[in-house]
Write a protein that binds this ligand. Structure first.
Ligand SMILES: Cc1ncc(COP(=O)(O)O)c(C=O)c1O
Length: 355
């Protein structure tokens, strides 16, 4: 089956094969990865290698630390304001969709926040990215969600925020395109789209933000705790981390992020072109300038047509195409590990459906 699911999403077959081996005999230790001591040399080596691979692939500068945490991307929605907004301070949020709003709503429980821009349309949906942001130069940070998984929109250029650190939820596009990490104070991503299985979250944070992060919050929520303990403060999600390493090694072997980005662009272009070629049948959700290269969202004329499209896709071996429950329609998630051939199978369906 071809998996177009929005996440947890398709993974490289070679990473799945290696994960199977990890469950039989991890790195020649004679026991599986999930039975290892997380303080043992075999696992520690793998975790360090995973972090090194992330650093290499994303060209993370020495000014930034990388930690692997648990609790999903949603835990970061709270951890970020807890750590970074000083007493009496506030943070700016750009709202471009469901997850950006969820991050702002969660932050509002622990800090004062301002909405710097909101691209919600009159019909309640998000077809665009907020344009002119009204930024507070005194804000602790500006938060945005780089790819809006549900609506299928994406920031293709990031805003200038002056001295205010930029914080980004890159859960659904980290490792899919080249980014300049130095421009961000903090980047976070749940692994379950492009990086590996659910259960581990990658956080990249500048040393400058670490230095000014709060110490008057519980130990477990402090970024400094996890940096100082090399992401081993709590027992890490060892299986997920080991699998992430296999995914990242595969990413290196195929040419790294630049090569991945080139393929992702080709995949997205082919799919958007095929949808645009039949405007009487398909209506794209996102405005052209805001279209995501990860999640392609569209509607057929009626919900009954959507259902017929999904049934035909299933018949042809394609799953995970149903739009998010809050939006409906069709969503094709074409993350890193959905191949060009997989996308071509969908392009074929788009072109021939209903003929
Ligand atoms: C952009 C974005 N942020 C956050 C989340 C929530 O992630 P988690 O389930 O790991 O908390 C998702 C999940 O799909 C997402 O797409």
């Amino acid at each position: 089956m071809i998996n177009f699911g929005a996440g947890p999403a398709a993974l490289p077959p070679i990473a799945l094969e290696r994960a199977r081996q990890d469950l039989v005999d991890f790195e020649g230790t004679g026991i599986s990865v999930v039975e290892q001591s997380h303080r043992g040399a075999a696992y520690e080596k793998i975790q360090a290698a995973t972090i090194d691979l992330l650093r290499q692939l994303l060209a993370v500068p020495a000014s930034h630390e990388i930690v692997l945490l648990q609790g999903g991307a949603r835990t970061q929605f709270a951890m970020i304001p807890l750590n970074l907004v000083a007493a009496g301070g506030s943070a700016d949020y750009a709202i471009s969709g469901y997850w950006a709003k969820a991050a702002a709503d969660e932050a509002a429980h622990v800090a004062k926040i301002r909405i710097a821009g909101d691209s919600r349309g009159a019909d309640g949906s998000y077809r665009a990215i907020p344009t002119a942001l009204e930024l507070d130069p005194g804000a602790a940070y500006v938060h945005l969600c780089s790819n809006n998984t549900i609506y299928g929109t994406q920031w293709h250029a990031f805003p200038e925020t002056g001295d205010v650190p930029l914080v980004a939820d890159m859960t659904s596009d980290l490792l899919s395109r080249v980014i300049d990490v130095a421009r961000f104070g903090l980047i976070y991503a749940g692994a379950q789209k492009n990086l590996g299985p659910a259960g581990v979250v990658a956080v990249i944070i500048s040393k400058e933000l670490l230095e000014r992060s709060r110490r008057d919050i519980p130990t477990i929520w402090r970024y400094t705790t996890h940096v100082q303990n090399a992401s081993l403060y709590y027992t890490p999600p060892m299986f997920a981390v080991a699998m992430m390493r296999h995914v990242l090694e595969h990413a290196v072997s195929i040419g790294g992020v630049a090569a991945i980005e080139a393929t992702n662009l080709e995949k997205a272009n082919r799919l958007y072109r095929s949808l645009e070629g039949r405007p009487e049948l398909y209506r794209l959700q996102a405005e052209p300038s805001a279209r995501s290269n990860m999640n392609v969202t569209f509607f057929l004329p009626t919900p009954a047509d959507d259902a017929r499209f999904l049934a035909e896709a299933q018949r042809r071996g394609m799953v995970g195409l149903k739009g998010h429950r809050t939006v409906g329609g069709i969503r094709a998630s074409i993350y890193n590990w959905v191949s060009l051939a997989d996308v071509d199978a969908l392009v074929d369906l788009v072109g021939s459906f209903g003929n």
